[in-house]
Design a binder for this molecule. Structure first.
Ligand code: UDP
Length: 510
């Protein structure tokens, strides 16, 4: 593809799970096109991206340069603590305010795009903005370019999420099961799959107004990008295209370099640990310590447990989880954080787990508790990992499946319940333990599901086989060279060619 001087500007939402796939997409665009790519965000998040880009591994190719631009961002008018720049660690009641505050990026983004036009004599080829930044479409048009809305989720989860917000209210009084517009009539969703934000939204509250406005504006964009592949979500992509009536380019799975090019998979994990460009260093355990611990375990024997970058479970759920894990006697690595309702930045207290729990699991070498943050991809790619108990955040799902690791689902927020539904019903790579924070999970249920998935020659083996098949499809879809270029690589090439030809024809593309 030609590398004449084009410029693409990217605007991720300010959350770890959005910044990381945006960065992966920026890298992919740079590699395929050589265009200038700018990611703009608030200073804290730009710093986070910079540290991610700098933490290169010896096996990675040199990082093609990506421009990082800091946008001024003040939350003082929105009732948020000063310097809040990322949704991580924010209590649930402040998340809505944070979303509302994000619209104040509109003017700085307009300034940035205008500066580019003035400096380069033409507008950027396109803007790629987060689905939560619907306002970016009008800003892009105002400087003479187009906006592409990027959902960092998969097709199934994005469709359910979009449709549920656009079809409020979701309080279903008559039945616990209901249909979601955009899905076939036979697909039933359950009331417990609605996150409390959606369950309480009626179209007039501030959450509803924000979501409906931003999603509707996003759907006026030139097109929609989805972090998935044609091979793994063919039906969901078809349904999504039909429902949102926009061209959809599936350009995923967007994962850090090396993840899908590592050594060939054998069973669960990649056989040997791969070196991965870390997703921004955060305070937590060292990678070496985790890998050393995993080296001592048998292949496909360890359960990895994590609820992503934002979520935690309640105190009583933590206690039941701990007892269930201990009773199962299966080895595990568990990323622990203060339970819901406690200061998320506080040091983890022993009283949040059963008395003597950590000492017992340490002395039996049954478990490793990781405080706050774990090197997830390195863990998932280790041959000892047998399954992932996950909140089903889309990045976690892709990371797990990319390594052929099956999932035990405990969806908590956002579109996670729909991801989980698809993993169970469409892909057969997961069983669901429970849903949400309201769940009164018991230790027996935890033990039962852990045994089901981790016992050799059980259901877990079947799920693992399916997960392995999906990892192969993912690899195929991102193949950049040879006769058969992967579908996701092709989709990105197609998109760039369409944008270039429109520009060459000198047609107004907005
Ligand atoms: N992550 C990590 N270590 C942790 C927790 C999370 O590296 O201890 C990374 C994980 O690998 C994934 C991202 O954070 O890339 C979480 O994204 P996901 O979409 O799964 O969930 P979210 O955090 O958006 O809810």
């Amino acid at each position: 593809m030609g590398s004449d001087s084009q410029h693409i500007v990217m605007l991720p939402f300010m959350a770890h799970g959005h910044l990381i796939p945006f960065l992966a997409l920026a890298r992919q665009i740079r590699r395929r096109t050589g265009f200038t790519v700018t990611i703009a965000n608030t200073p804290f998040n730009i710093q986070h991206l910079r540290s991610t880009m700098n933490s290169s591994s010896s096996s990675s190719p040199p990082e093609p340069s990506i421009c990082l631009v800091e946008l001024p961002f003040s939350v003082s008018d929105h009732g948020l603590p000063a310097n809040t720049e990322n949704s991580e660690n924010l209590p649930l009641d402040l998340i809505g305010k944070f979303f509302a505050a994000s619209t104040s990026l509109r003017n700085p983004v307009h300034g940035l795009l205008s500066d580019i036009v003035a400096k380069e004599g033409k507008p950027p080829l396109c803007v790629i903005s987060d689905i939560f930044f619907g306002w970016a479409d009008e800003v892009a048009k105002s400087v003479g370019t187009v906006n592409l809305s990027f959902s960092t989720g998969g097709a199934y989860g994005s469709l359910a999420y979009i449709s549920l917000w656009l079809n409020l209210p979701q309080r279903k009084a008559d039945s616990d099961e209901f249909h979601v517009p955009g899905f076939p009539d036979s697909y039933r969703f359950h009331i417990t799959q609605l996150h409390q934000f959606l369950r309480n939204a009626d179209g007039t509250d501030s959450w509803s107004k924000f979501m409906q406005t931003q999603i509707s504006l996003s759907l006026q964009s030139f097109g929609f990008l989805c972090n998935t592949t044609e091979e793994i979500e063919p039906l969901a992509l078809e349904l999504l295209r039909k429902y949102i009536k926009l061209p959809v380019w599936s350009i995923g799975p967007l994962l850090p370099p090396d993840v899908l090019n590592g050594s060939s998979l054998s069973g669960s994990g990649s056989g040997s640990s791969i070196t991965i460009q870390r997703a921004g260093k955060k305070p937590g355990i060292s990678t070496e310590r985790c890998l050393e611990w995993l080296d001592l375990q048998s292949p496909v024997s360890v359960l990895y447990i994590s609820f992503g970058s934002q979520n935690c479970i309640t105190l009583s759920q933590m206690i039941e989880m701990a007892i269930g894990l201990e009773e199962s006697t299966k080895p595990f690595i568990w990323v622990i954080r203060p339970p819901v309702g406690f200061d998320r930045k506080a040091e983890f207290k022993a009283q949040w787990l059963p008395e003597g729990f950590e000492e017992r699991i340490n002395s039996r070498k049954q478990g490793l508790l990781v405080r706050n943050w774990a090197p997830q991809l390195e863990i998932l790619s280790h041959k000892s990992i047998g399954a992932f108990l996950s909140h089903c955040g889309w990045n976690s799902v892709l990371e797990s499946l990319s390594q052929g690791v099956p999932i035990i689902g405990w969806p908590l927020a956002a579109e996670q319940a729909y991801n989980s539904k698809m993993l169970v019903e469409e892909m057969g790579v997961s069983v669901e333990l429970t849903r949400g924070l309201q769940s009164t999970i018991t230790w027996k249920e935890v033990k039962e599901v852990v045994d089901l998935v981790m016992e050799p020659k059980g259901k877990g083996d079947h799920m693992r086989k399916k997960a392995l098949e999906i990892s192969m499809l993912m690899r195929k879809s991102v193949k950049e060279e040879g006769e058969e270029i992967g579908s996701s690589v092709k989709a990105l090439d197609d998109l760039v060619n369409i944008l270039l030809s429109k520009r060459q024809e000198n047609k107004p593309i907005a």
